[in-house]
Design a binder for this molecule. Structure first.
Ligand SMILES: [Zn+2]
Ligand SMILES: [Zn+2]
Length: 97
């Protein structure tokens, strides 16, 4: 499994670097927990809102699901967390949740 090189804003932030290290370390060790990914995505949405990518328009099933949700406010944060995953996960993994 090859992880992408995170964008510069993540290297400039100690929290991103530490959380990113946990994501890669647990994936490499075969740990099943997605908690490190949830922690990193939540941090990016909270502390780097300008760096959250726009919704995917290339057939992403997850984005389609969130776009159909009747109450956009309820899902806006979860949807944003989904979009941050492309910053630090291989494309296939990034679109899993
Ligand atoms: Zn950060
Ligand atoms: Zn998406």
């Amino acid at each position: 499994m090859t992880f992408p090189v995170p964008p510069p804003f993540m290297w400039a932030c100690t929290t991103c670097v530490l959380l990113h290290h946990q994501v890669v370390a647990s994936a490499t060790a075969g740990v099943e927990s997605v908690q490190p990914e949830l922690d990193l995505s939540a941090h990016i949405v909270l502390d780097h809102p300008a760096d959250v990518p726009p919704p995917h328009t290339d057939g992403c099933a997850i984005c389609r699901g969130y776009a159909r949700y009747p109450d956009p406010v309820t899902v806006s944060r979860l949807w944003a967390e989904h979009r941050t995953r492309e910053h630090y996960l291989p494309p296939k993994m990034a679109r899993q949740m």
